[in-house]
Design a protein around this ligand. Structure first.
Ligand code: ADP
Ligand code: MG
Length: 354
């Protein structure tokens, strides 16, 4: 069980500041997901931790060891870190067994260890003599994981290892990988640009943008209390509204909703599951019209357009556009064109008061 600490790490490639004063603690035995748009510095950060690159400044520590701090630099093979890259990770000319055993050439009991590792990741021993191209994508990624596990690292770095797999397989392989790493107590960092994967896999999520770490927290914390609108949208559908708050109620274009914020103008966020729709009724209510919907089994992902009414507060602006998303139970029928009345449930998040 090993904690990883990064303090003020920066890395520049020519004119690109790939990492800008990044500080991060990954608690011992925990799983952290790093999310962020392409080019935000996720791979650069993993490469610094693995020792494939040297930071321009900053400190990296693992347990009681300093990996680099300006003077010290521990080379990759002495770091006790496993790394699984996005794809093309296996040596194509080597068998499955030789791939897995690559880092333990002189270890006694090597063959038994290879068989044990393959068993852990669910690859039958009779596939040991195959070459990587004779395996499916999911099997290749599991062999890559077994290879990374061979030297029993304290920390595992996974750089979008599931992104080449199709949806069903991806969930299965991710769950299996999570179980194997969890059972071994390995501190894990998973880079992904799939927000659902980040929220479901990790104990902690860190959001990167333009080389900076903009927010770290539990999945629930980041989903419900994002630091800014960009982060909010990155972690799922978000309805971002201007509001005037009086006595704990935010008055918005879509009606009133509870908030924990002081009175005055604020910017708030709702998640789609906080929007309830019902057939439009004649009483004064916030109105909308269903624009489109997509069936997702348990619910319809329903796109709704706000419809101004004479009684409504039309002086508010819906900053995400005049359309927004609601989740509607699968049994309800609101086809496109339906006029609906809208209620807001739960309490809204207020930006700028984290
Ligand atoms: P991500 O993994 O989030 O997509 P990267 O860490 O790969 O982002 O890249 C961050 C930025 O650093 C990008 O602008 C990328 O072009 C740049 N970069 C990364 N590695 C190198 C390199 N070896 N040489 C030059 N620029 C690089
Ligand atoms: Mg990357």
């Amino acid at each position: 069980m090993t904690e990883l600490r990064i303090q003020n790490a920066s890395k520049r490639y020519g004119s690109t500041l790939a990492l800008n004063e990044v500080s991060l603690v990954v608690p011992s035995g925990s799983r952290m997901a790093i999310v962020g748009p392409s080019g935000s510095g996720k791979t650069s950060l993993l490469r610094l931790i693995a020792g494939f690159e040297t930071p321009d400044s900053g400190l990296i520590e693992m347990g009681s060891n300093t990996l680099c701090d300006g003077g010290t630099f521990v080379p990759p093979h002495r770091r006790d870190v496993g790394y699984v890259a996005q794809e093309g990770a296996l040596f194509p000319h080597m068998s499955v067994a030789d791939n897995v055993g690559f880092g333990i050439t002189h270890t006694p009991g090597r063959t038994e260890r290879i068989i044990e590792l393959l068993q852990q990741v669910g690859i039958p021993a009779d596939m040991m003599t195959r070459r990587p191209h004779q395996l499916s994508g999911g099997q290749q990624q599991r062999v890559a994981l077994a290879r990374a596990m061979a030297r029993s690292p304290s920390i595992m770095l996974l750089d979008e290892p599931f992104s080449a797999l199709d949806a069903g397989l991806r969930d299965a392989v991710r769950d299996m990988v999570g179980a194997v790493l969890g059972a071994a107590g390995i501190t894990t960092i998973l880079v992904t640009h799939d927000q659902a994967e980040a929220l479901s896999f990790a104990d902690y999520v860190a959001v990167m943008r333009d080389g900076r770490l903009v927010q770290t927290g539990s999945p629930q914390d980041l989903y419900l209390h994002p630091a800014d609108p960009q982060t909010a949208r990155f972690l799922g559908d978000a309805i971002i509204l201007r509001a005037v708050v009086t006595d704990g109620i935010a008055h918005t274009l879509l009606g009133p909703v509870a908030v924990a914020a002081k009175s005055g103008p604020q910017t708030i966020m709702l998640r789609p599951e906080q929007i309830r729709i019902r057939p439009a009724d004649p009483s004064p209510s916030t109105r909308g019209r269903v624009v489109s919907r997509r069936y997702e089994g348990a619910a319809w992902r329903t796109v709704i357009e706000h419809v101004p009414t004479k009684t409504g507060r039309d002086d508010f602006v819906l900053e995400t556009a005049s359309v927004f998303v609601a989740w509607v139970p699968g049994s309800d029928a609101f086809p496109p064109g339906t006029e609906v009345s809208i209620d807001l449930v739960g309490s809204a998040h207020v930006f700028g008061k984290n």
